[in-house]
Every structure is written in C-alpha cells, then in structure tokens.
Design a protein around this ligand. Structure first.
Ligand SMILES: O=C(O)c1cc(=O)[nH]c(=O)n1[C@@H]1O[C@H](COP(=O)(O)O)[C@@H](O)[C@H]1O
Length: 239
C-alpha cells in the first residue's frame, strides 16, 4: 500500500461515499470498514478498485481459527491491499488468518498484507486494567500483541502513534505500524483516547496513518486531506 494517508470511508452507503470521493483522485488510500462493507458488500470494493484506490479492508476479524481462515480465504480474492484481525484472537488464529489469505490469493495476484489490532485507539489505561482485567500497562499490552502478531507472521499491527516507536525497536522498522486516532492540532478527539498529529506520527515511526473525521467531517475535505498529507509527507524529506 502507498504511504499516503488512508482515508477512513465511514459512510452509510456507496452513494455518499462516491459523492465524497468525487473531489479525490486514485492516489489516495482508502479504508472500508464494517458500516460500508456490511451495507454494500464486495461490490463496493470493485467500484473503488475501478477508481484506482488502494484499499484497506478493515473488518477486524476475531473468531475461532477455522472460521477466520475460511473468511480470509474469501477476502483474499477481493484484491484489496490490506486486511486486519484482532491480535487478541491469539497466535493460532493469526496464523490461520495468514494461511487462509495465502490459500485464497489468486495466482498472479499479490497476497494482501495483514495486520493485527493491538489495543484500539479508543481504549485507555483504565479500560485495560479494569474492563479487560489485564495486569500490565496499556503500553505493555500493545507491545505484547505486536510481538504475538510478529511471531505469527503478520506484516504489522494497528496501534496508536504513542506505541509506534517501541514497536519499531522490538519488531523492526519494516513491521507495519498503521496508526488511527490522527487529529490536527486542536481538532476534536470524538471517541478516541490515544490521538496524535500527523507530524508526531511520522516522528514516532508510524508507517501509515488512518484519518477519518478530521477529513470527512471538515468543511473542505480535500483541503484537510492536503494539509494532513503535506504534514505527513513533509516529514519524509527531513527524516
Ligand atoms: O483498525 C482500524 O482502522 C482502527 C483501529 C483502531 O484502533 N482505532 C481506529 O480508530 N480504527 C479505525 O480508524 C478510523 C478512525 O476514524 P477517525 O477517528 O474518524 O479518524 C475508524 O474507521 C476506526 O474504525
């Protein structure tokens, strides 16, 4: 997947999605999540591919290994660039996901990259301790899941910007660190807990940023995208 920001297409239908995308060209990366995929099904992927977009299909699979393997076998045929699972599903489940992807990728096509969600960016320290009853810090939990994903053979993880640097140190700079929770300085945080700016994301070693409402909710989405993209890419030439 290109390193451009990934726009989260959290829209209710194909119609609103394509109205929004009419201002953008195929150079942007897009993310299709549960809402849009459950509404429109695989057809939305085909339509986005026709427009030339690279696609992150964010369905966050988490089930028994056999079910995840079979589902990944189906998703592998869609021609998306990136898919994900919850790392909390465990090593065997992640290995099964990878096996399903390998099996389902049509010959001549590249296997989609696969990443494990560590701790959602809407999760904070208290929830890890009290709700998940994990007797470790949030950072330790994220790193634990990143190591588990790495051992299972996954290409990377979803994490917040705040854990990207330690994950790079432990799992290597090539290991994907896809970071949502991106906001411009002073932007609304909404339901996110671990947020950061595009500049911070680059400094901390994120390989990709996922941006939804900071772009889709802006009065001028294209201008917001370009501002975020410039901040994100601008750092590349420095660092
Ligand atoms: O896997 C994801 O994409 C994801 C993981 C995570 O930990 N946090 C997270 O926000 N996301 C997704 O990233 C997007 C963030 O949207 P905004 O908060 O509007 O920028 C949403 O589509 C979420 O579903």
């Amino acid at each position: 997947m290109k390193t451009s920001p990934i726009i989260a297409l959290d829209f209710e239908s194909a119609q609103t999605t394509f109205e929004f995308l009419s201002a953008f060209n195929g150079d942007v990366n897009v993310k299709v999540g549960m809402q849009l995929y459950y509404k429109e099904g695989p057809a939305i992927i085909e339509k986005l591919k026709e427009r030339g977009f690279d696609i992150f299909l964010d369905l966050k699979l988490h089930d028994i290994p056999n079910t995840v393997k079979s589902a990944m076998e189906v998703l592998a045929g869609l021609g998306v660039g990136l898919v994900n699972v919850h790392a909390a599903g465990g090593r065997t489940m992640m290995e099964a996901a990878l096996e399903g992807l390998d099996k389902g990728t049509p010959s001549g096509m590249k296997r989609p990259s696969i990443i494990g969600v560590t701790q959602l960016t809407s999760t904070d320290e208290r929830q890890v301790q009290e709700e998940q009853l994990i007797h470790a810090s949030l950072d330790e939990s994220v790193l634990h899941y990143a190591k588990l994903a790495s051992v299972a053979g996954l290409d990377g993880v979803v994490c917040s910007v705040h854990e990207a640097s330690i994950i790079s140190e432990v799992c290597g700079p090539e290991f994907l660190k896809v970071t949502p929770g991106i906001r411009l300085p002073g932007g609304g945080v909404h339901d996110q807990k671990r947020v950061a700016t595009p500049v911070e994301a680059k400094k901390q070693g994120s390989t990709h940023i996922v941006v939804g409402r900071a772009i889709t909710g802006a009065s001028d989405p294209l201008a917001a995208y370009e501002e975020i993209s410039t901040l994100w890419k601008g750092m590349e030439s420095i660092g």
